[in-house]
Design a protein around this ligand. Structure first.
Ligand code: ADP
Ligand code: MG
Length: 256
Protein backbone atom coordinates (compact mmCIF):
# COMPACT_ATOMS: atom_id res chain seq x y z
CA UNK A 1 0.00 0.00 0.00
CA UNK A 2 1.33 3.44 -0.93
CA UNK A 3 2.25 5.90 1.79
CA UNK A 4 0.85 9.28 0.79
CA UNK A 5 2.52 12.53 1.83
CA UNK A 6 1.68 16.16 1.22
CA UNK A 7 4.50 18.63 0.89
CA UNK A 8 2.77 21.70 2.28
CA UNK A 9 3.40 25.20 3.53
CA UNK A 10 1.00 28.01 2.70
CA UNK A 11 3.90 30.33 1.95
CA UNK A 12 5.22 30.52 -1.59
CA UNK A 13 8.87 30.11 -2.48
CA UNK A 14 9.79 28.09 0.61
CA UNK A 15 10.99 24.98 -1.22
CA UNK A 16 7.90 22.77 -1.51
CA UNK A 17 8.35 21.89 -5.15
CA UNK A 18 12.10 21.46 -4.84
CA UNK A 19 11.49 19.09 -1.92
CA UNK A 20 8.79 17.15 -3.80
CA UNK A 21 10.77 16.44 -6.97
CA UNK A 22 14.07 15.77 -5.23
CA UNK A 23 12.57 13.52 -2.57
CA UNK A 24 10.76 11.66 -5.38
CA UNK A 25 13.99 11.23 -7.32
CA UNK A 26 15.86 10.21 -4.15
CA UNK A 27 13.22 7.58 -3.31
CA UNK A 28 13.22 6.30 -6.90
CA UNK A 29 17.01 5.94 -6.72
CA UNK A 30 16.69 3.58 -3.78
CA UNK A 31 14.21 1.46 -5.70
CA UNK A 32 10.90 2.82 -4.46
CA UNK A 33 7.94 3.23 -6.83
CA UNK A 34 6.92 6.89 -6.66
CA UNK A 35 4.06 9.00 -7.96
CA UNK A 36 4.20 12.80 -7.81
CA UNK A 37 0.87 14.64 -7.89
CA UNK A 38 1.17 18.31 -8.81
CA UNK A 39 -1.61 20.21 -7.03
CA UNK A 40 -0.31 23.68 -7.87
CA UNK A 41 -1.73 25.49 -10.95
CA UNK A 42 1.77 26.91 -11.47
CA UNK A 43 2.78 23.41 -12.58
CA UNK A 44 6.35 23.73 -11.33
CA UNK A 45 6.63 20.13 -10.17
CA UNK A 46 5.38 19.05 -13.61
CA UNK A 47 7.94 21.14 -15.50
CA UNK A 48 10.65 20.31 -12.96
CA UNK A 49 10.07 16.62 -13.73
CA UNK A 50 10.57 17.19 -17.46
CA UNK A 51 6.89 17.16 -18.45
CA UNK A 52 5.56 20.09 -20.45
CA UNK A 53 2.55 21.53 -18.63
CA UNK A 54 1.40 23.36 -21.78
CA UNK A 55 0.78 20.16 -23.72
CA UNK A 56 -0.85 17.98 -21.03
CA UNK A 57 -3.81 16.09 -22.45
CA UNK A 58 -5.00 15.01 -19.04
CA UNK A 59 -3.98 16.55 -15.75
CA UNK A 60 -4.84 16.50 -12.07
CA UNK A 61 -7.72 18.84 -12.98
CA UNK A 62 -9.38 15.99 -14.91
CA UNK A 63 -8.69 13.65 -12.01
CA UNK A 64 -10.35 16.00 -9.49
CA UNK A 65 -13.40 16.39 -11.73
CA UNK A 66 -13.49 12.60 -12.20
CA UNK A 67 -13.02 12.86 -15.95
CA UNK A 68 -9.84 10.76 -15.78
CA UNK A 69 -8.23 8.15 -13.55
CA UNK A 70 -4.68 8.36 -12.18
CA UNK A 71 -3.66 5.64 -14.65
CA UNK A 72 -4.98 7.73 -17.54
CA UNK A 73 -3.54 11.05 -16.40
CA UNK A 74 -0.07 10.02 -15.26
CA UNK A 75 3.04 10.51 -17.34
CA UNK A 76 6.58 9.34 -17.01
CA UNK A 77 9.87 10.89 -17.95
CA UNK A 78 12.27 7.97 -17.78
CA UNK A 79 15.15 10.27 -16.85
CA UNK A 80 13.58 11.08 -13.48
CA UNK A 81 12.37 7.59 -12.57
CA UNK A 82 8.94 8.40 -11.17
CA UNK A 83 5.41 9.02 -12.47
CA UNK A 84 3.74 12.43 -12.48
CA UNK A 85 0.13 13.54 -12.59
CA UNK A 86 0.71 17.03 -13.93
CA UNK A 87 -0.94 20.40 -13.43
CA UNK A 88 -1.30 23.64 -15.32
CA UNK A 89 -3.35 26.84 -15.16
CA UNK A 90 -6.55 24.93 -15.82
CA UNK A 91 -6.32 23.68 -12.24
CA UNK A 92 -7.01 27.18 -10.89
CA UNK A 93 -10.60 26.76 -12.15
CA UNK A 94 -11.07 23.56 -10.16
CA UNK A 95 -11.19 25.56 -6.96
CA UNK A 96 -14.49 27.13 -8.07
CA UNK A 97 -15.86 24.11 -9.92
CA UNK A 98 -15.38 21.80 -6.94
CA UNK A 99 -17.47 23.99 -4.63
CA UNK A 100 -20.79 22.63 -5.89
CA UNK A 101 -19.73 18.99 -6.17
CA UNK A 102 -20.21 16.21 -3.66
CA UNK A 103 -17.18 14.90 -1.79
CA UNK A 104 -15.37 17.97 -3.04
CA UNK A 105 -12.58 17.55 -0.51
CA UNK A 106 -12.19 13.76 -1.12
CA UNK A 107 -11.85 13.70 -4.89
CA UNK A 108 -8.12 13.10 -4.91
CA UNK A 109 -8.36 10.50 -2.14
CA UNK A 110 -10.86 8.52 -4.19
CA UNK A 111 -8.69 8.68 -7.28
CA UNK A 112 -5.53 7.64 -5.45
CA UNK A 113 -7.28 4.61 -3.97
CA UNK A 114 -7.34 3.07 -7.44
CA UNK A 115 -3.54 3.34 -7.81
CA UNK A 116 -2.59 2.46 -4.26
CA UNK A 117 -1.00 -0.90 -5.00
CA UNK A 118 1.16 0.48 -7.81
CA UNK A 119 3.33 2.76 -5.66
CA UNK A 120 5.36 2.77 -2.47
CA UNK A 121 5.13 6.55 -2.13
CA UNK A 122 2.78 9.23 -3.41
CA UNK A 123 4.09 12.79 -2.96
CA UNK A 124 1.61 15.65 -3.37
CA UNK A 125 3.06 19.08 -4.14
CA UNK A 126 0.59 21.55 -2.62
CA UNK A 127 -0.10 25.13 -3.75
CA UNK A 128 0.91 28.06 -1.52
CA UNK A 129 -2.49 28.41 0.17
CA UNK A 130 -4.81 26.59 2.52
CA UNK A 131 -7.39 26.15 -0.26
CA UNK A 132 -9.75 23.42 -1.52
CA UNK A 133 -6.82 22.02 -3.51
CA UNK A 134 -4.63 21.78 -0.43
CA UNK A 135 -7.58 20.31 1.46
CA UNK A 136 -7.84 17.56 -1.17
CA UNK A 137 -4.16 16.86 -0.59
CA UNK A 138 -4.51 16.79 3.20
CA UNK A 139 -7.59 14.53 3.03
CA UNK A 140 -5.63 12.04 0.89
CA UNK A 141 -2.47 11.85 2.97
CA UNK A 142 -1.02 9.89 5.84
CA UNK A 143 1.26 12.74 6.68
CA UNK A 144 2.60 16.17 5.92
CA UNK A 145 6.18 17.18 5.23
CA UNK A 146 6.69 20.88 5.88
CA UNK A 147 9.69 22.47 4.20
CA UNK A 148 10.70 25.74 5.80
CA UNK A 149 13.36 28.37 5.75
CA UNK A 150 14.77 29.22 9.13
CA UNK A 151 13.62 32.83 9.18
CA UNK A 152 11.74 34.80 11.78
CA UNK A 153 8.34 34.85 10.03
CA UNK A 154 8.54 31.16 9.19
CA UNK A 155 7.45 30.31 12.73
CA UNK A 156 4.41 32.58 12.53
CA UNK A 157 3.11 30.94 9.37
CA UNK A 158 3.71 27.54 10.87
CA UNK A 159 1.02 27.91 13.53
CA UNK A 160 -1.68 28.44 10.86
CA UNK A 161 -0.56 25.32 9.05
CA UNK A 162 -0.39 23.28 12.26
CA UNK A 163 -3.93 24.41 13.16
CA UNK A 164 -5.26 23.46 9.74
CA UNK A 165 -3.63 20.05 9.99
CA UNK A 166 -5.17 19.57 13.46
CA UNK A 167 -8.62 20.49 12.14
CA UNK A 168 -8.34 18.15 9.16
CA UNK A 169 -7.15 15.41 11.51
CA UNK A 170 -10.10 15.97 13.86
CA UNK A 171 -12.85 16.36 11.23
CA UNK A 172 -11.86 14.82 7.93
CA UNK A 173 -8.83 12.55 8.03
CA UNK A 174 -7.86 10.82 11.28
CA UNK A 175 -4.76 9.33 9.59
CA UNK A 176 -3.18 12.73 9.06
CA UNK A 177 -0.14 13.77 11.04
CA UNK A 178 2.90 15.96 10.65
CA UNK A 179 5.74 13.69 9.62
CA UNK A 180 8.30 16.38 10.02
CA UNK A 181 9.66 19.84 9.42
CA UNK A 182 12.45 20.02 6.87
CA UNK A 183 14.92 22.88 7.13
CA UNK A 184 15.69 24.01 3.58
CA UNK A 185 17.85 26.67 1.89
CA UNK A 186 19.88 26.59 5.06
CA UNK A 187 22.95 28.77 5.42
CA UNK A 188 24.80 27.95 8.66
CA UNK A 189 26.78 31.21 8.43
CA UNK A 190 23.65 33.20 9.17
CA UNK A 191 23.19 33.48 12.93
CA UNK A 192 19.43 34.05 12.70
CA UNK A 193 19.01 30.79 10.78
CA UNK A 194 20.88 28.91 13.49
CA UNK A 195 18.74 30.52 16.16
CA UNK A 196 15.47 29.71 14.39
CA UNK A 197 16.72 26.17 13.78
CA UNK A 198 17.35 25.77 17.52
CA UNK A 199 13.90 27.21 18.32
CA UNK A 200 12.32 24.71 15.95
CA UNK A 201 14.05 21.83 17.68
CA UNK A 202 12.96 23.14 21.08
CA UNK A 203 9.31 23.45 20.00
CA UNK A 204 8.95 20.45 17.73
CA UNK A 205 11.60 18.02 19.01
CA UNK A 206 11.94 14.92 16.87
CA UNK A 207 9.39 16.31 14.40
CA UNK A 208 12.34 18.23 12.95
CA UNK A 209 14.11 16.05 10.40
CA UNK A 210 17.80 15.46 11.10
CA UNK A 211 18.70 16.15 7.48
CA UNK A 212 19.21 19.82 6.60
CA UNK A 213 19.02 20.97 2.97
CA UNK A 214 21.65 23.64 2.28
CA UNK A 215 21.19 26.59 -0.04
CA UNK A 216 22.73 25.27 -3.24
CA UNK A 217 22.58 26.87 -6.66
CA UNK A 218 22.50 23.51 -8.49
CA UNK A 219 19.09 22.81 -6.95
CA UNK A 220 17.85 26.13 -8.36
CA UNK A 221 19.35 25.51 -11.81
CA UNK A 222 17.98 22.00 -12.25
CA UNK A 223 14.32 22.89 -13.02
CA UNK A 224 15.28 24.78 -16.18
CA UNK A 225 16.64 21.45 -17.47
CA UNK A 226 13.42 19.66 -16.52
CA UNK A 227 15.23 17.61 -13.90
CA UNK A 228 15.35 17.35 -10.12
CA UNK A 229 18.75 18.40 -8.72
CA UNK A 230 19.30 14.80 -7.55
CA UNK A 231 19.44 13.74 -11.22
CA UNK A 232 20.86 16.94 -12.72
CA UNK A 233 23.98 17.03 -10.55
CA UNK A 234 24.13 14.08 -8.15
CA UNK A 235 27.49 15.19 -6.74
CA UNK A 236 26.23 18.61 -5.61
CA UNK A 237 25.74 19.30 -1.90
CA UNK A 238 22.02 19.91 -2.44
CA UNK A 239 21.52 16.60 -4.26
CA UNK A 240 23.43 14.70 -1.61
CA UNK A 241 21.31 16.27 1.11
CA UNK A 242 18.10 15.20 -0.65
CA UNK A 243 19.38 11.64 -1.07
CA UNK A 244 20.13 11.61 2.67
CA UNK A 245 16.64 12.98 3.30
CA UNK A 246 15.07 10.21 1.20
CA UNK A 247 16.94 7.68 3.33
CA UNK A 248 15.79 9.38 6.53
CA UNK A 249 12.19 9.28 5.27
CA UNK A 250 12.40 5.58 4.47
CA UNK A 251 13.75 4.97 7.97
CA UNK A 252 10.99 7.01 9.62
CA UNK A 253 8.26 5.33 7.63
CA UNK A 254 9.56 1.86 8.39
CA UNK A 255 9.42 2.67 12.10
CA UNK A 256 5.92 4.25 11.93
P1 ADP B 1 7.66 26.57 -3.46
O1 ADP B 1 7.27 25.34 -4.21
O2 ADP B 1 7.43 26.47 -1.97
O3 ADP B 1 7.06 27.81 -4.03
P2 ADP B 1 10.26 26.21 -4.71
O4 ADP B 1 10.67 24.81 -4.41
O5 ADP B 1 9.73 26.50 -6.06
O6 ADP B 1 9.27 26.74 -3.60
O7 ADP B 1 11.54 27.11 -4.40
C1 ADP B 1 11.52 28.53 -4.60
C2 ADP B 1 12.79 28.95 -5.31
O8 ADP B 1 13.93 28.66 -4.52
C3 ADP B 1 13.00 28.22 -6.63
O9 ADP B 1 13.56 29.10 -7.55
C4 ADP B 1 13.98 27.11 -6.26
O10 ADP B 1 14.76 26.71 -7.37
C5 ADP B 1 14.81 27.78 -5.19
N1 ADP B 1 15.34 26.81 -4.21
C6 ADP B 1 14.63 25.91 -3.51
N2 ADP B 1 15.41 25.23 -2.67
C7 ADP B 1 16.67 25.71 -2.82
C8 ADP B 1 17.93 25.42 -2.22
N3 ADP B 1 18.05 24.48 -1.27
N4 ADP B 1 19.02 26.13 -2.63
C9 ADP B 1 18.87 27.09 -3.58
N5 ADP B 1 17.73 27.41 -4.18
C10 ADP B 1 16.62 26.73 -3.81
MG1 MG C 1 5.85 25.12 -5.71
Amino acid sequence: MARVFCIANQKGGVGKTTTTVNLAAGLARVGRRVLVVDLDPQGNATMGSGIDKRTLELSVYDVLLENATIAEARQRNDKVGYDVVGANRELAGAEVELVDLERRDRRLKGALATANDQYDFVLIDCPPSLSMLTLNGLCSAHGVIVPMQCEYFALEGLSDLVNTIKQVHANLNPDLKIIGLLRVMFDPRITLQQQVSEQLKTHFGNKVFDTVIPRNVRLAEAPSYGLPGVIFDPSSKGAQAFVAFAQEMVGRIDSM
